[in-house]
Each structure stands twice: as structure tokens, then as C-alpha cells.
Write a protein of this length. Sequence first.
Length: 310
Amino acid sequence: MNIFHTSNVAVLIAVYNGEKYLAEQLDSLLSQTYTDWTAYIHDDGSSDRTPMILEQYAHRYPERFILLDGEATGSAKDNFFYLFGSVEAPLYMCCDQDDVWLADKIEKTLREMRLAEQETDIPCLVYTDLKIVDESLHVISESMDQYQKLNCRDARINHVLVQNVVTGCTMMINRQLRDMILLLKDREKIVMHDWWAALIAAQFGVLHYLDEATILYRQHDENDTGAKKIDLAWYIRKILFHRRDMKHSLEMMRKQAEALTDTFQVEPDSAAAAYAVIHKCPKLKRMKIYRKYKITSKPLAKQFAILLFG
């Protein structure tokens, strides 16, 4: 596998059958006020016009867009892991194929990263809010944090264990965090690359939130993931009618904590270590663990689900 080296911000773009919105996303990168960036793109085996669009942009802007060869990975998560492993850079950003970056996204995120990196040699992650828009970029919500009730400002590990506060297409990470991300042996134990990055940063470094939207997060029928309207009624329906899905989600959260403790030297008396083995404890002891380590989520209905099924 070829390894690319850059001193610029590396923008990693994972694509798959993205012909409908891809050009608009790439154009938004070209409009960035900060210009010391290079985009590295891996197509995951598209069957539409995506490869042709990528070739056109790489030909017109060879200093901006570099196409990576490689077999299809099968998922957005694995595609981003492939990209992380293919590029050596001081800073990384993840980019989806169907959004639109606001013109000052890189500039503002980088400014926050410089503040977060004041302590050297620790993993740092900066993430921001998003504007949720429809297919035509009409605003659905000015804030994904408020729309989904994520409580993104709470970057403590005891919150991040059970609530992913980081949307990958908003995050910038430093080289130290990238290196730690790639130490994971079993990707089946994590939900997504962004949540894994958030856990590492929250446990060992800095997880810093910019309370400002830097991206138009497009919602459409082909979204691999999306911004569902999350409220009390949504969680009540999940608890009542989708218990199997709820239990699976909670088990995946626990497995992520297990991956964190297996991959790194995590203090035995820590929230992550306790949560990794909580399934082995009787119900009463589980309640005590949640209380002791203040493992909490928003909204209240999700916390109830965690206590009920976790």
C-alpha cells in the first residue's frame, strides 16, 4: 500500500456512489478560506458516475485532489480507516461525499485545534456543530446538537461512553490521535471511526467542541447515517417496540469500551474499565457503577434505557 506524505491538513474523503452531490462537496472544499490542505479520496467500488467525477477533479486540480487505489472496504467506517492508514500528515479532517462545507470550516477548526494542542504529544480532537439541511440545502435545523439533544458540550469520558457527541465530518484530529486510532485490532467492536476517535481523545487527551455550525449536513434517502429527530417520544418507541435494536446498540457501546481497555493502558478504576465489564455484573451492581462513575446520557429516556437494558 502506498503511503502519502504531506505537511498540509489532510482532508480524507470516503466515497461510494456519490455522483448526485459529490461535485458540490468538492467545490465547497475549493472555496475554503484556508488553503494549505490536500484531499485524499478513496472510492469504495462505485457503480455510478462517481469515478468519472473524481478523475475530472483530480485532473483539473492535481495539487488538491489525490485519488487512492485500493480494493473496496465495504463500509464507510473501514473506508476511513483505510484512508487514515494511507496518509501521513500533521492534521486530519474527515469529509463525506454529500455535504457542503462552509467556506471558513477549515480555518475555524484549525484555530480551535491550535488552542487544544497547547499541551504537546497528546491526542486532540476538535469537533463542531452542524446545520441540518434537506436535499436542496434548505435549513431543517440550525443546530444538530439541539435537534438531536446530543449535549455535545459534555466531552467527559463518562458521557462519551454512552453518547457519541462527535459527527465525523466536522472533526479535525492531530497525528497523535490518528496513530492511536490505527492501533485498534478488531473494528467489529466499534460503531464508527468518529466515536472511536472521540473515546480515545476523551480518555487520554483533549476533546474540544466548537459551538458553531461549520457544515451543511445534507439529509436525503441515500444517507448511510443521518440526523434523525431525537426526542423523548423517539426513545419511548425504541424501548417499547424495538427492544432488540436497543439492546444491540447498548451492547456495541459496551464493546467499544472493551476495545478501549484492550487496546490501551486504561486505569482499572476508571469509567471505561468499569463499563467494559458491566455486563458481567448483576443488575444492582450495574446501578452502583453508573452512579459511581456518573455514566450518563441525554435525554432522560435514553438514560432509562441504559439502566433498563445496559
